[in-house]
Design a binder for this molecule. Structure first.
Ligand SMILES: Nc1ncnc2c1ncn2[C@@H]1O[C@H](COP(=O)(O)OP(=O)(O)OP(=O)(O)O)[C@@H](O)[C@H]1O
Ligand SMILES: [Mg+2]
Length: 308
């Protein structure tokens, strides 16, 4: 390990501990019906409720009896070993897969008959485990794709380029830059997305998801491939998104510094079933979670892979 990497690691670890301490001070969690806990400030205001959710792939119960409630401004974590079913839960929430069993309520609305587009319109946005950007388009064009689901100009104004069309174009441009600015990326607006460094590409994916004005933002392993300083920065970004956009965020992550530092409520999945729910402190002390996932030994970089 180089000296610089070592410094990054030490800084990120210190930041993680500070953030975890800040988080503990700040969030009081209260119980809700699905035997989950949500932040007290969200009491009576939930954005997501999953009841007995399940999906089978052939004989495999990939997700089974998944019950979870997320508060309107909560930062929630979903963790567990490789293959536990975490991404499948996101695929169920975004209707990539139709559940075999159970119910998903988004802001009180049953999403059973919705398509992926309708769920996006209704307020769920996501990023993917493997970055999915339009590599050859510019940063701004990528954000505009996210904004596209808010298009207000009609077909005729589009075809004949009526004033409403240009107004939309200007609105799109201004809104894109405004969003990019929140992430200090406005100067990159004209850059080709594929040419950005890895961490910036991950950030851009988040900006694009935010452009759809979600109520719930799903992040699938946002820190994957990031160096410790980028991960520490990501922690700040996640908190900033929640504070500025007042939305809920649910993240899947193997980087325990990030999860324990930023999440308020955490659910642990193992072989498709939730084996524990709780605050970061409760999860870290839970013997079943330690056995199935966290392990008993200190890991060098606090990143857990597989069911150690
Ligand atoms: N479309 C599919 N068809 C069949 N099996 C699937 C499908 N999608 C997921 N699975 C299986 O469901 C299980 C859960 O996979 P999933 O990708 O949700 O895991 P994960 O918790 O996200 O793992 P990781 O941490 O490695 O990303 C795995 O056994 C996987 O092989
Ligand atoms: Mg996954």
């Amino acid at each position: 390990m180089t000296r610089t990497e070592g410094t990054y690691k030490a800084q990120a670890a210190a930041a993680g501990k500070r953030d975890a301490a800040k988080q503990r001070e700040r969030t009081k969690m209260v119980p809700v019906v699905t035997d989950s806990i949500i932040p007290e400030r969200d009491a009576g205001q939930t954005i997501l409720e999953c009841r007995h959710l399940g999906i089978d792939f052939g004989g495999l119960h990939a997700v089974e009896d998944f019950n979870l409630t997320v508060g309107k401004t909560e930062i929630a974590g979903l963790i567990g070993p490789n293959g536990a079913g975490k991404t499948t839960v996101f695929n169920l929430l975004t209707k990539v897969y139709a559940p075999t069993r159970g119910t998903i309520l988004l802001d009180g609305m049953d999403t059973a008959n919705m398509t992926t587009d309708q769920v996006s319109q209704a307020g769920i946005a996501r990023t993917f485990q493997n970055i999915r950007l339009f590599d050859t388009l510019t940063v701004e064009e990528n954000v505009r794709i996210g904004l596209h689901n808010q298009v207000k100009c009609g077909m005729w104004s589009g075809i004949f380029r009526l004033p409403r069309y240009w107004l939309s174009e200007k609105e799109f441009h201004d809104r894109s830059l405004e969003l990019l600015d929140v992430f200090n990326m406005a100067d990159n607006a004209g850059d080709i997305a594929g040419s950005l460094p890895y961490g910036a590409q991950r950030r851009l994916e988040i900006v694009r998801a935010l452009a759809t004005s979600p109520k719930l933002l799903l992040l699938d392993e946002p820190a994957a491939g990031m160096n410790p300083s980028e991960t520490a920065e990501l922690m700040e970004i996640i908190r900033k998104i929640r504070d500025e956009f007042k939305i809920a965020i649910m993240l899947i992550e193997h980087d325990m510094d990030l999860v324990m530092g930023v999440c308020e409520g955490i659910a642990v999945l193992n072989f498709g079933r939730i084996i524990a729910k709780g605050t970061p402190d409760q999860i870290q002390a839970n013997p079943q979670v330690i056995e199935a996932y966290l392990g008993t030994q200190e890991t060098d970089d606090a990143t857990v892979r597989g069911g150690r």
